[in-house]
Write a protein that binds this ligand. Structure first.
Ligand SMILES: *Cc1c(COP(=O)(O)O)cnc(C)c1O
Length: 381
């Protein structure tokens, strides 16, 4: 079976984790601090605050903004469900905005269309690594904070700079379905020192002095708990792995972009729209999606046919408003979201995918949707 995704892990990660175990300090400590500095530097932010996942990072970010009952936060429905859930964790209401048909991302227009006097923030997703035009959304919503759900976007760029640069807060994921992994893990990056300090306290029970700092101080320093907070800490075991993973990022992005370009060329004769770089940015191609024509069979049938051909594909990006957890949740029309979620699917794309395997995927897809398989051009043999 050709897997849809596979993390790139080596001996170096195993060694780094073993070193942490031998050191005797396995909870949040010096490796987490080092990982925070490394990720912040890599995305061009002043501060990084590590968390147990991107889901907890999103919750923490909204909590730090004081989002609560009676508030609305604009989010795309077309996203992993954690985006909308983070708003509900705060007791606030996620308001679903539609997306651009090419990028699958919120735009200034779709956000503006659903704003009300109760809108307190916007949560912008860089869907599947495709960078959103955050500057345009910030310009249209200059009176409220814009937070970036950059879970999938490590290594994507906008205007020649890493995604998330200069954002009030960007939330990242290190789940194995993303480009870099620590098993589970997340991070908030920000340029705001005060916000970073508050986020550090909020992720560690509201402690005024972190456990690691108390240990390092070596004498009795008593912490205070200034407010009710959370345990959303990452561990040094995970951070050690993340530090090794981060060194692999340029190679991973380059390989994914190469494979995506090859899919684009192989699929072009079929005439199916595929995900691509937006104007103004570059994607890390965390997922490679293709949109099926209305004349093609339902996506579920295509996925079954692909599985029978040894290809593990996935339905396209989910839409939160169609899940039972959001049954009855009010929302306006979401035609583009509906179309993309019902008619798109995600093809296998991982670092070690071979030319032959890509050929198998494309031929299987062509057969499943009833189109003629392209004969491979010589340059792609
Ligand atoms: C994966 C993902 C998340 C959740 O990340 P975790 O680290 O697994 O909590 C949130 N938002 C988006 C857009 C994602 O793709």
């Amino acid at each position: 079976m050709i897997p849809v995704m596979r993390p790139l892990l080596g001996e170096e990660e195993a060694q780094a984790v073993a070193d942490v175990v031998r050191s005797g300090w396995v909870a949040q400590g010096p490796r987490v601090a080092e990982f925070e500095r490394a990720i912040a530097a890599s995305v061009g932010a002043a501060h990084g605050v590590a968390t147990s996942s991107c889901t907890t990072a999103l919750h923490l970010a909204l909590h730090a903004l004081g989002i609560g009952p009676g508030d609305e936060v604009v989010v795309p429905s077309l996203s992993f469900i954690a985006t909308a859930n983070a708003v509900r964790y705060c007791g606030a209401v996620p308001v679903f905005a539609d997306v651009d048909p090419m990028t699958g991302n919120l735009t200034a227009e779709t956000v503006t269309a659903v704003r009300t006097p109760r809108t307190r923030a916007v949560l912008v997703v860089h869907q599947a690594g495709v960078p959103a035009d955050v500057a345009a959304i910030r310009a249209a919503c200059s009176d409220i904070p814009v937070v970036e759900d950059a879970a999938c976007a490590m290594g994507s760029t906008w205007g020649g700079r890493p995604v998330g640069t200069g954002a009030l807060m960007s939330a990242w994921s290190f789940h194995p379905r993303k480009l870099l992994t620590t098993g589970e893990g997340g991070m908030i990056t920000t340029d705001d020192a005060e916000l970073a300090a508050r986020l550090r306290r909020l992720r560690e029970h509201g402690m005024t002095v972190s456990a690691a700092d108390r240990h390092a101080a070596g004498r009795n320093s008593v912490e205070e708990y200034a407010e009710t907070a959370f345990n959303y800490r990452l561990t040094d075991i995970q951070a050690a792995m993340g530090l090794v993973q981060l060194r692999r990022l340029p190679g991973i992005v380059a390989r994914r972009r190469e494979l995506a370009a090859r899919y684009t060329a192989l699929l072009a004769p079929l005439g199916l729209p595929t995900v691509r770089d937006p104007e103004g940015g570059t994607s890390n191609f965390q997922s490679f999606w293709v949109v099926l024509p209305d004349s093609a069979p339902p996506v579920a049938d295509v996925l079954t046919a692909l599985a029978e051909a040894g290809v593990s594909a996935r339905r396209g990006i989910m839409a939160a408003h169609r899940e039972p957890a959001y049954a009855g949740h009010p929302h306006g029309p979401l035609p583009v979201t509906e179309h993309l979620t019902t008619r798109s699917l995600i093809l296998p794309l991982h670092h070690d995918l071979t030319d032959d395997e890509q050929g198998t995927v494309v031929a299987a897809l062509a057969a499943a949707v009833g189109l003629t398989a392209p004969s491979p051009s010589p340059s792609y043999r």
